[in-house]
Design a protein around this ligand. Structure first.
Ligand code: HEC
Ligand code: HEC
Length: 349
């Protein structure tokens, strides 16, 4: 074997081993640096206000209404600590929680009739929806119903999940062509999972770590060519040069696609450069949160969102009409020219 080929083989095996490791980890059999859903279980001694302390306060209060009010369980970093996965009860309620978790982790296979790409909820809401700064489900559960400017109406939590099926999961390309109908068991199970995860989280305030962080605008603005360089240096290993990520015959998608027909569509929050920059800054490269500069996060977000992806399902007339109606004033390349091509027309499936 020539030196070059040996090197290529070595690199290939390295990626494969990482992929296998990640696949196992995602299923909770292995727990290394990436952390399993149970990793937020905290030890007494290094906590802000532990779940155990909250439980004790709840019991005291049940006996004496003037006893100290139970507060929100937080870890040493001040973020909400959801219950450990091992505490899901063996009851009909617990079964619904587990079903919801499975839908969350394996969306394109469990709800295949309504998912038009190869993504799962967990690809953007990390660590089974538990991770701060990746729009965790405990941050979402306590924030709805709420008014949204995107829809100019009050959204319930179910409406919000329908939104992620419609845009992030590109339901238009599924066999039914739509998100699961309102009232479906899919939402019932997902919301039961979110309710379980939010035990102890208060309503009425935006919790630290809820949503995606905002990245401040930079003097240089954002640039596709600079972003390509950031991508080559930090993202190619997992998401590949063609942005299609990597699949593994047994466990399915290991590294999700970032553009093309298996990705989120043009109507998705992630297709906005500002939203993607916030997600990337806090979560990518995987395992290295907050390692990119703000400039790098903006540029690489611009790069991934300068590629074609499935069309915005709200487009009924021309691209320009949809741009004016739904994308005006947004940090997005929808309906704009990049490298001589107008983006937003969609990809053929
Ligand atoms: C491609 C990435 C992506 C995928 C996949 C995805 N989401 Fe989201 N989700 C987002 C983004 C981005 C936002 C918030 C930004 C926006 O849309 O304004 C969001 C917001 C949410 C919110 C509201 C969060 C909050 O704090 O207000 C919920 C709930 C949610 N998603 C649930 C889901 C569920 C359930 C699935 C799977 C069926 C899913 N998402 C799949 C990207 C994604
Ligand atoms: C070590 C491997 C790895 C590296 C390096 C990496 N990612 Fe990811 N990325 C992942 C994985 C795995 C997920 C899905 C997370 C999950 O399911 O837990 C993901 C998810 C994403 C998502 C949301 C899901 C989607 O498909 O749209 C985006 C956007 C993203 N990565 C962008 C980037 C960018 C930009 C970089 C470089 C700055 C990067 N990633 C580097 C592994 C990686």
């Amino acid at each position: 074997m020539s030196g070059g080929r040996r090197l290529a083989w070595g690199a290939g095996i390295g990626v494969l081993l990482f992929a296998i490791g990640y696949g196992l980890n995602a299923r909770g059999w292995l727990s290394f640096s990436l952390g399993s859903p149970d990793s937020a279980t905290i030890k007494v001694g290094d906590v802000g206000y532990s779940r155990e302390a909250m439980q004790a306060d709840r019991e005291a209060q049940s006996k004496d209404k003037l006893a100290v009010t139970a507060g929100m369980p937080v870890g040493p970093d001040g973020y909400f600590v959801p219950p450990a996965e091992s505490s899901i009860p063996d009851t009909p309620y617990g079964e619904a929680v587990r079903r919801g978790q499975q839908i969350f982790m394996e969306t394109s296979t469990t709800v295949s009739d309504h998912v038009g790409n190869t993504l799962a909820c967990v690809n953007c809401h990390l660590d089974a929806g538990r991770r701060e700064h990746s729009a965790p489900m405990w941050g979402a559960y306590v924030s709805y119903p709420a008014y949204r400017s995107k829809t100019k109406a009050i959204s319930t939590l179910e409406d919000r999940i329908i939104g992620c099926f419609t845009y992030s999961m590109n339901a238009q390309a599924s066999s039914t062509g739509v998100a699961p109908p309102a009232g479906s068991d899919v939402y019932r199970d997902l919301m039961t999972y979110m309710y379980w995860m939010s035990d102890g989280a208060p309503t009425g305030q935006k919790l630290p770590g809820a949503g995606f962080p905002k990245v401040k605008k930079t003097e240089l603005g954002y640039d596709v060519a600079r972003g390509k360089e950031v991508y080559t240096n930090n993202c190619v290993l997992c998401h590949a040069v063609d942005g299609q990520g990597q699949k593994d015959a047994e466990s399915g998608v290991v590294f999700p696609p970032l553009w093309g027909n298996n990705s989120y569509n043009w109507g998705a929050g992630m297709a906005r450069i500002d939203t993607a920059a916030g997600f990337i800054k806090a979560n990518m490269p995987l395992g290295k949160p907050f390692s990119l500069t703000d400039q790098e996060a903006w540029d690489v977000a611009a790069y991934i969102n300068s590629h074609e992806r499935p069309k915005d399902p709200r487009q009924t007339g021309t691209l320009e009409q949809a741009r004016v109606e739904f994308h005006d004033g947004e940090e997005s390349y929808y309906g704009k020219k990049v490298n001589g091509l107008v983006l937003g027309g969609g990809v053929d499936k």
